[in-house]
Design a binder for this molecule. Sequence first.
Ligand SMILES: *[C@@H]1O[C@H](CO)[C@@H](O)[C@H](O)[C@H]1NC(C)=O
Ligand SMILES: *[C@@H]1O[C@H](CO)[C@@H](O)[C@H](O)[C@H]1NC(C)=O
Ligand SMILES: *[C@@H]1O[C@H](CO)[C@@H](O)[C@H](O)[C@H]1NC(C)=O
Ligand SMILES: *[C@@H]1O[C@H](CO)[C@@H](O)[C@H](O)[C@H]1NC(C)=O
Ligand SMILES: *[C@@H]1O[C@H](CO)[C@@H](O)[C@H](O)[C@H]1NC(C)=O
Ligand SMILES: *[C@@H]1O[C@H](CO)[C@@H](O)[C@H](O)[C@H]1NC(C)=O
Ligand SMILES: *[C@@H]1O[C@H](CO)[C@@H](O)[C@H](O)[C@H]1NC(C)=O
Ligand SMILES: *[C@@H]1O[C@H](CO)[C@@H](O)[C@H](O)[C@H]1NC(C)=O
Ligand SMILES: *[C@@H]1O[C@H](CO)[C@@H](O)[C@H](O)[C@H]1NC(C)=O
Ligand SMILES: *[C@@H]1O[C@H](CO)[C@@H](O)[C@H](O)[C@H]1NC(C)=O
Length: 224
Amino acid sequence: MHAILPFTILAASHLASAHFALTYPEWRADTLTLEDEYSQYTWPCAGVPADAGNRTDWPLTGGSLKLQLHHKWTYLFVNLGLGDNVTNFNYTLTPSLWNETGNGTLCLPTLPLPVDLNVTDGTRATIQVVTSGESGSALYNCADITFRSSAELLNSSECVTSPGVSVAVVNQQANESTSTNTSSDTNTTTGDAGKSAASVPGVNTVALTSAAGLVVAFVVGLSW
Ligand SMILES: *[C@@H]1O[C@H](CO)[C@@H](O)[C@H](O)[C@H]1NC(C)=O
Ligand SMILES: *[C@@H]1O[C@H](CO)[C@@H](O)[C@H](O)[C@H]1NC(C)=O
Ligand SMILES: *[C@@H]1O[C@H](CO)[C@@H](O)[C@H](O)[C@H]1NC(C)=O
Ligand SMILES: *[C@@H]1O[C@H](CO)[C@@H](O)[C@H](O)[C@H]1NC(C)=O
Ligand SMILES: *[C@@H]1O[C@H](CO)[C@@H](O)[C@H](O)[C@H]1NC(C)=O
Ligand SMILES: *[C@@H]1O[C@H](CO)[C@@H](O)[C@H](O)[C@H]1NC(C)=O
Ligand SMILES: *[C@@H]1O[C@H](CO)[C@@H](O)[C@H](O)[C@H]1NC(C)=O
Ligand SMILES: *[C@@H]1O[C@H](CO)[C@@H](O)[C@H](O)[C@H]1NC(C)=O
Ligand SMILES: *[C@@H]1O[C@H](CO)[C@@H](O)[C@H](O)[C@H]1NC(C)=O
Ligand SMILES: *[C@@H]1O[C@H](CO)[C@@H](O)[C@H](O)[C@H]1NC(C)=O
């Protein structure tokens, strides 16, 4: 249980930060309503076990993601792990760290998969969405998915981002020339969407320190 300790300390220092909802794909459990039972501060999935909820079919090339956010702004990243009962979220769907601004719904019609992730019809996985404040105190929610060739993206009426809500790549120095259109409804930048996992070059020092702290804690957590 020692592995939990760093998070408890971080959590206690930042109780004021706002929680979030993962509305698509469907989260394992409503960790906002069930806050007596679960805590979004708990890595990796707010304390909700695998298959506590419903598994959503997701397209083989990547699917839609819909969040309800309540911060003025927050770092945001999305990880993925393969399997029925994921312990290793070792793929990132956000190769660059994102800064989400605004209070409301953020809907990304397509979150592309990393190029080195091979999935076929029936592959099971879990998506982990993480928001983190400037201090590095992080919140987690997970959704269990099954990759399906028959699965579809959310359509334009289902996937609407609130006015005033947007995401931007944190790193201003990064090459944004490869920005892709993840959205036709919103002004969204994803940066190097095709690049492989976990590179966050040029993030400012504060962010880098926080992120590095989290990574260390993750590794400690994994060894348990
Ligand atoms: C799973 O889906 C069913 C049917 O839509 C719903 O009634 C149930 O509440 C969902 N379970 C969870 C944990 O959200
Ligand atoms: C997932 O793994 C954990 C830890 O290994 C175990 O306690 C739990 O029962 C497993 N859950 C399922 C649904 O297999
Ligand atoms: C990710 O983790 C899974 C399960 O531990 C492993 O099979 C896979 O090779 C890993 N992939 C990468 C890119 O590290
Ligand atoms: C994130 O965006 C908000 C609002 O646009 C801004 O105030 C904040 O400084 C940004 N944070 C970082 C680390 O870029
Ligand atoms: C976000 O919006 C909701 C609903 O509009 C409102 O109740 C809440 O106070 C807002 N939160 C912040 C931090 O602005
Ligand atoms: C992914 O699949 C392709 C084609 O089947 C194969 O060439 C490649 O080695 C696979 N990559 C991994 C990481 O398994
Ligand atoms: C979007 O999907 C919903 C649910 O499947 C459906 O009711 C609606 O008509 C669709 N809207 C558009 C614009 O395709
Ligand atoms: C940005 O891209 C250009 C052209 O592809 C390259 O010459 C330059 O070194 C890149 N800069 C950084 C900071 O990666
Ligand atoms: C991005 O979207 C805009 C507006 O929908 C469109 O004009 C532009 O061609 C798109 N760019 C790419 C690279 O798809
Ligand atoms: C995108 O941003 C531009 C400039 O900020 C704005 O004029 C435009 O209406 C926005 N488009 C959407 C779909 O929000």
